[in-house]
Design a protein around this ligand. Structure first.
Ligand SMILES: [Zn+2]
Length: 123
């Protein structure tokens, strides 16, 4: 019960204070150079994912749902395997998780800036 209250309080602080504060901070990279940085959209992606809007989160920054899926799957399967569920074998770490994250970051950076430069589409 205490954990539920603490989680609710943390969520209220996150949505009420932290998100509102970060919405007002402009990206320094974008402000100075006029292009998106590799992390632009990350906060909005987290906010969208916490509100259950998966596709919106992918649009803002695909590294967030990518990380949540990999981390969630890893932790869930490892947890079930350690609890003794015999049918579940925990996911193992592979380097391609990191290579995939780099590919997602680079593709997101290139596509978002291409959309901005060529068609003026902003995120
Ligand atoms: Zn940025």
């Amino acid at each position: 019960m205490t954990a539920l209250a603490a989680g609710s309080a943390a969520a209220a602080v996150y949505f009420g204070v932290v998100l509102e504060y970060f919405k007002t901070l402009p990206c320094v990279f974008y402000t100075c150079l006029g292009i998106y940085c590799p992390g632009c959209g990350g906060t909005r992606a987290v906010a969208a994912l916490l509100r259950g809007r998966f596709l919106e989160s992918v649009w803002y920054h695909p590294i967030v749902p990518y990380s949540v899926i990999l981390f969630g799957g890893f932790m869930l399967t490892q947890g079930l395997a350690r609890l003794g569920v015999r049918q579940i074998r925990g996911w193992k770490f592979h380097n391609w998780y990191l290579y995939g994250a780099v590919v997602v970051l680079v593709c997101n950076f290139l596509i978002k800036n291409l959309l901005l430069w060529v068609w003026g589409i902003t995120i």
